[in-house]
Design a binder for this molecule. Structure first.
Ligand code: GLN
Length: 388
């Protein structure tokens, strides 16, 4: 008799696990196009997210390390005390704290989304062949990185590769720019605009990027007019985002290309791994190796002070604070994201990130996956996103 009961229990566990492991397949038709389109069994619990975010905010808000970027003059004037953290899960639970409504320039984080647009248009093989994906190990604006590489390939996350990526987008310069802005807005789930003062300030001082574009011409690695490509690139870097919008853009990547709030597919699902791979190799420029070592999340920084990190299937953590380190990455944003990542077991290189603890595996796995599973079950009955 107890065998029968055990067998029955096993059957129930299997059913539940199947349901838990393949929730997206099961939910796709039912709630496609709604805010609850995705339902991840590995999305974190609301209380854990809130605790991690609050602790990170309190711990680092007084940090005075780093210095605002000043090679784009207007960035030097941004209040260095601004600090915000945003966390959004793939099932659209949102957490934010601090100066999360402040609009800062997206800067190099834009590179991620122009890459996504180029991939949507051309597919991964063409983009890989025309741009490349090698870590340069050099600063983001390095000329040597272009000249030294025997094949002169680059990485879409550093300036030369990013300007070349812009050149791949189809249409006139205006059409490219309009497409890029509309695409970023879809990823953010809200209409974004360019910060005019940032654009003017950067356009007046971007001789370095123009030199990079000229070098790309020499090596046949730019695919449209170089001056126009730099101009569109400068515009895309000047797009204003707040920390919540940036977190949503990251959550769209985490959610396999579907914006978790609007339910709109923005990025083709098959391209997500390529984008995250490029972010992992050079998202934090010449400190990307250290970031991978200590944090273990694909991420992208911008000299405006923003960083967004993506935990595939789970969500995104964005932070904003203007003072930067030597490599051009926000000091406080790095610390805050690292803290949150460790609290939530987000490190993609760690088996813990999928529930494999050092100790008793089944118990740990159950603990890690159950909340998501319960939420999925709840979602199926209410089809209403949880908010916190
Ligand atoms: N617009 C900036 C530049 O081209 C972007 C650099 C960055 O954010 N690292 O220099």
């Amino acid at each position: 008799m107890s065998r029968i009961v055990k067998g029955f229990n096993l059957f129930i566990v299997c059913c539940v696990l199947t349901f838990s492991i393949f929730p997206q397949t099961q939910s796709r038709n039912r709630v496609a196009g709604t805010a609850a389109a995705q339902c991840s069994p590995v999305a974190p619990r609301a209380a854990e997210v809130r605790a991690a975010g609050d602790e990170a905010y309190m711990k680092f808000r007084g940090d005075t390390g780093g210095k605002n970027a000043d090679y784009i003059p207007v960035l030097a004037k941004v209040d260095p005390k601004l600090f915000g953290i945003g966390i959004i899960s793939t099932d659209n639970q949102t957490y934010s704290r601090g100066d999360v409504q402040y609009f800062f320039s997206i800067q190099s984080i834009s590179k991620v989304f122009t890459l996504a647009l180029a991939l949507n248009e051309l597919g991964p093989d063409a983009v890989f062949q025309k741009i490349g994906s090698e870590a340069t190990g050099r600063p983001f604006n390095s000329v040597e990185a272009v000249a030294d590489m025997p094949t002169h390939t680059g990485n879409p996350m550093v300036n030369a590769g990013a300007i070349a990526t812009v050149s791949l987008i189809s249409g006139t310069a205006d059409e490219k720019w309009n497409k890029i802005l509309a695409f970023y807005s879809q990823a953010a789930g809200e209409k974004l605009t360019m910060l005019d003062d940032v654009y003017k300030s950067e356009a007046a001082t971007n001789q370095g990027n123009r030199a990079l574009a000229a070098l790309l011409v020499k090596y046949n690695r730019i695919y449209a007019d170089p001056e126009e490509s730099v101009d569109v690139y400068t515009k895309q870097c000047s797009v204003g985002v707040n920390t919540k919008q940036l977190a949503m853009m990251g959550a769209t990547l985490a959610n396999n290309g579907v914006n978790p709030a609007t339910g709109v597919r923005v990025i083709k699902a098959e391209n997500i791994p390529y984008i995250l791979a490029a972010m992992s190799t050079a998202g934090l420029y010449d400190s990307s190796g250290a970031w991978a070592w200590h944090v273990g999340l694909p991420a992208k920084s911008g000299v405006g002070g923003g960083i967004v990190a993506v935990a595939p299937g789970k969500g995104a953590v964005a932070a904003f604070a203007p003072p930067l380190d030597e490599a051009g990455n926000s000091v406080k944003a790095q610390k805050a994201i690292k803290y949150v990542e460790q609290k939530l077991d987000y490190d993609v290189f760690s088996p813990r990130s999928v529930g494999l603890g050092a100790g008793a595996l089944p118990a740990r796995a159950r603990r890690a996956h159950r909340p998501g599973l319960l939420r999925c079950l709840e979602r199926r009955s209410t089809i209403r996103p949880l908010r916190f």
